[in-house]
Design a protein around this ligand. Sequence first.
Ligand code: ACM
Length: 546
Amino acid sequence: MTSLIPAPRRVVAGFGEVRLTGDSRLCAGPGTEGVGRWLSAVLQQATGLPLREGRQPDDTGDTGIGLRLDPELGPEEYRLVSDPTGVRVEGGSAAGVFRGAQTLRQLLGPDAYRRAPLSRDRAWAVPHVTIEDAPRFRWRGLMLDVARHFMPKEGVLRYLDLMAAHKLNVFHFHLTDDQGWRVEIRRHPRLTEVGSWRARTKFGHRASPLWDEKPHGGYYSQDDIREIVAYAAERHIAVVPEIDVPGHSQAAIAAYPELGNTDVNTASSKGDTALSVWDTWGINPNVLAPTDNTLRFYEGVFEEVLELFPSEFVHIGGDECPKDQWRHSPTAQARIRELGLADEDQLQSWFIGHFDTWLSARGRRLIGWDEILEGGLAEGAAVSSWRGYAGGIAAARAGHDVVMCPEQQVYLDHRQAPGPDEPVPIGYVRTLEDVYRFEPVPDELTPREAAHVLGTQANLWTEVMEDHARVDYQAFPRLAAFAEVAWSALPAPAERDFAGFEERMTAHYARLDALGVGYRPPSGPRPWQRRPGVLGRPIDGPPPNR
Ligand code: ACM
């Protein structure tokens, strides 16, 4: 009857329905006014009903919707009751009421996701039902890489809506990389003036590269970021910014060459001495110099980042930082000696540790990719476990909090079928069922260690996703399966009812259609979705060239 995704904990279906009519009122109790404004806006545009404001959440009549807080419930827990006295959504906090309001929208049918009514005289009904629901994890994340390919602000706001519709609550915003710097930093304007544009982009395989000669780029102004953060907050989504250091920094070095290891040869193959924003993919040897100048520069960056993003966590990257330049740089070697460090791994650890202390002193928590474990993990730091589970297991055993996002399971840039029509060839084949059977908490962890798993996150790296249609195709439908893994109390992977999930997906595809999501249909890509991607036609095997 309900086909809800993600599946709630408990559903008891009744027999009748609550009809929404021109007389229906929406009553938001104290503390739920923001959810009330959001819900009436989306339902008014989809249904065309006036949904006037009511006075008391208990006083909905038999056709109204009441929202209110119930302090007995957990923060994101909610109860939704639709019965002959109307519809009530109660949550332990406004976030809980908001999650319940998303369930209510699903109960109204796919057209509740449209931006204008299809007809003025259709009936809108909420089936009689009692739903009790709460999330499994407190961190249900999606990472979007806007550095490799820029996603204009409207697209980001749209993804926040799509996350909210799937009860996801952490948006990890990958804002900087070798191929682009995407956030305005007022005290260092060249980061966006120079760092947000690249002259061209490689496509095709490493063996036979071709170049797209169109310049690519763009960035978010500080006001754009404030708008994105506020829009996310209205949807009870935290935005965790990522400024990737000390690797993945060529765009910053192109803007401010003194951030690089200027005492080693960084000339490009074209004979240039200055680096430009990178136009190809892979792991880049040009990393930040471990100097006081670099530390002061990035403290300035993070000061502005903290003003823009109120999140508990700030992501500092820390992944894929080759140490060759540090090995050859007299300045880096002098720093190793001065600090009494054993090697370049410890130099990276010192660099990360500096920002851990710096962020902690400002009441924030550092999170980084699992390479930050190498050379010793800074106290209080949390880890995004991406190279499989191993980093997450080691971190949890050492008492650090972990977000499980192993690339083998939840990197959604990997292709979702092996067929020759699959437009994005990279990596493993990870089907909808593979994602549905992903388990964020490995068996090896004791219950005490497992308590350090804050949750899980799907990652959308965009080397091979040059526009929003491609992002939609890679993200969906797998993000729906991921949302159920992150939210619902599913059994062990082998016991999960994938056939039942697929059946519920039939209703969910209709919601995604109404939302205008260009998902991969179960029967394979539509003809226009088969266009060759950035890497050209699919190939066999897992090319490691992300
Ligand atoms: C990563 O995929 N380099 C975190």
